[in-house]
Ligand binder design. Structure first.
Ligand SMILES: Cc1ncc(COP(=O)(O)O)c(C=O)c1O
Length: 381
């Protein structure tokens, strides 16, 4: 950690996030990158296969397909499911890529309002928006939390004959009732972008128990080629492949994931305990039979405060940087989705406006967490 001191508080800065690779892991990665540079096996090789095998075993699914981003994995799933000309229910409180992938795959995103308990989607909202044109829904586990109502969403999907695809970009290792994110629907999509709980630089992963979808995903990933060795292009694919250096980083960080999650849960427990008496701040609750990876520690502020000013004050006076929101602005208010505008989605706008995300990272100390809490007490309470 930096020893640089903050001028006003005298405390060392608490960063919003931190990526942790131990020196021995960096060496392990460097050695294997040397190896693939020497052999020339730089893409679609043995480390990609190892990463896929290990991730499938970790999530508890039959197949994994490694790709170059969480955006690619979403689009591939949607193309494989065939959403062209169809409606796909998408939460408005999510990252741009969730809805953009629907558009890129030829479908129409239908935005849904937010469940304030999980920041995801409540079953009632699915019932409200579903029509005969609906092909499926994308469930996003915001901040790493699997909603306690996930089984109800599965039940609606089953009854109505639509699919669930999970955007599990936040949810590596999160679970409900012992079932891991990425295995609740027809397919799951993960991101390994550097801010995520585990990373490989850039990368994504498709998880599925469906043999046909896995096969289609492999075709789409490699320029729509029916097989690696033939030049017959049978699908409108793209270059969505993951390179071997990325896969090598992923193999090592996946090994560290369980311990990194335990460390994040320890920090969350410090926050839970310390915030218990503060009425002004309401942390998101994890269901009793659930486990969050705490990609984000999301707190709803009782009052609407000027978040930009609050963040500035925490940084300037207390050397505490808050993490990015999930999300600052709902997608239905983004100019690029003007064409897909629905009726007002007021809960989403409120959830987005009143949330803050406290810093969490695997190497964070309890003292740093308390520094965050003390800063919040001084500024908010
Ligand atoms: C919810 C969600 N979906 C999709 C993505 C896209 O992932 P990537 O950045 O790996 O393309 C992200 C990543 O930031 C995300 O947070």
């Amino acid at each position: 950690m930096s020893i640089e001191k903050n001028q006003k508080s005298g405390a060392a800065p608490v960063p919003a996030a931190k990526i942790d690779f131990a020196p021995e892991d960096r060496q392990w990665i460097a050695d294997r990158i040397q190896e693939v540079l020497a052999t020339g096996q730089l893409t679609l090789g043995k480390y990609g296969l190892e990463f896929e095998k290990n991730f499938a075993s970790y999530v508890g699914v039959k197949h994994c397909v490694a790709v170059n981003s969480g955006t690619s994995s979403l689009e591939i799933i949607l193309r494989a499911l065939g959403v062209e000309g169809k409606d796909v229910l998408v939460p408005t409180n999510t990252f741009f890529a969730t809805a953009a992938a629907v558009v890129h795959a030829g479908g129409n995103p239908v935005f849904m309002d937010t469940d304030p308990e999980s920041f995801g989607t409540a079953p009632e909202e699915i019932e409200r928006r579903i029509t005969p044109k609906t092909a499926g829904m994308i469930v996003v586990h915001i901040g790493g939390l699997v909603s306690r109502r996930m089984p109800e969403l599965q039940e609606i999907a089953r009854k109505k004959g639509i699919w669930i695809a999970e955007d599990a970009a936040h949810a590596h290792g999160s679970s409900l009732g012992g079932i891991k994110a990425g295995s609740f629907g027809i397919a799951g999509s993960f991101s390994f972008y550097p801010t995520k709980v585990m990373t490989c630089g850039e990368g994504g992963m498709i998880t599925t128990n469906d043999d046909k979808l896995a096969e289609e995903a492999r075709i789409y990933r490699d320029q729509g080629k029916a097989s690696f060795l033939q030049n017959a292009h049978t699908r409108m694919g793209y270059n969505w492949r993951m390179s071997e250096p990325h896969a090598i980083i992923g193999v090592k960080h996946l090994e560290r994931l369980p311990n990194m999650i335990v460390a994040r849960q320890r920090i969350a427990a410090v926050y839970d305990e310390a915030l218990r008496g503060m009425n002004a701040l309401n942390p998101m609750a994890v269901p009793g039979d659930g486990a969050s990876n705490f990609y984000k520690y999301v707190v709803t502020m009782r009052d609407k405060v000027d978040r930009k000013r609050l963040k500035g004050e925490l940084r300037e006076r207390f050397a505490v940087s808050l993490s990015g929101e999930v999300y600052e602005e709902p997608l239905h208010r983004q100019p690029v989705f003007e064409a897909y505008k629905t009726a007002p989605l007021p809960v989403s706008e409120d959830c987005c406006a009143r949330q803050i995300c406290l810093p969490v990272f695997a190497s964070m100390t309890n003292m740093q967490a308390m520094q965050v809490v003390d800063a919040l007490r001084a500024t908010i309470a």
